[in-house]
Design a protein around this ligand. Sequence first.
Ligand code: 13P
Length: 294
Amino acid sequence: MLVNLRDITAVAEQNNMAIGAFNTPSMEAVRAAIDAAEETGYPVIIQHAECHEDFMPMDKIGPAMVALAGRSSAQVCVHLDHCEHLSYMRRALEMGFTGVMYDGSMQPYDVNVANSRRAAAMCHDFDCGLECELGSMGARENGAGHDADESGAMAIYTDPDQAAGFIEATDLDILACSFGTVHGIYKAEPKLNFDVLTDIRSRVNVPLVMHGGSGVSDDDYRSAIDAGIRKINYYTYGVKYAGEAVRRTIRDFEAKEADSVVYWHDMTMAAYASMLETFKDVITVFANGAEPLA
Ligand code: 13P
């Protein structure tokens, strides 16, 4: 069933767990995420990032995401990830998305506040939950703007002193925090700053979001959840593993017969199977010991 971002993160809050939020710019990813939720019995968020428009236009995948979420036995929120243009956000709202993120983290604070407020007003018209970001991850979720050494040194941690004022000024529902994770592949082991997270948590009463959530250790996931993270955005490592599964499939074909025919559906099936396993694994870690809810 289709669930609002506010309600799905409230479930996470009640159970001291986090909801897996998977970027799904392909039908294989949409199916894998929803099937993983149904098979494990935990809720899920499927999300489309504005910067993935070239991989998959939202106008094509969005209606399918909403329809499949509505038909699922699992609790599924359909969310817009890292939206920088309010006109794009309006299209998602009109399509039936139940959560959106306005990302003004690259803007000066005042502009971020003003645009986040506009986003909140739009969301109220559609009964949709709103995520906003304070601080900066230092790189976009499509890899653009990464530090040369991929260390995340360009990231600006969320300022705990600013967080409560930002929430009050914007009327957001959940807050994306920067505390040491980065989007994309980690070249060095991520070093998460749990003190920043704990400090934010002690001053605000909204669910907190981890971006750059793939490639983090299970222990760090658990510590982050215990410190208040309720939504974990996960993309890069899931599609990396799926890409490796496709490569293995092609190699297996070629090992059997040098000029064997490689069918596209064998690739999509390999990618789907890989993502299903990855999503089930991480959803179970993110449950943090909570019993299945379905
Ligand atoms: P990863 O690049 O770590 O998978 O993060 C995805 C993300 O945060 C999307 O918003």
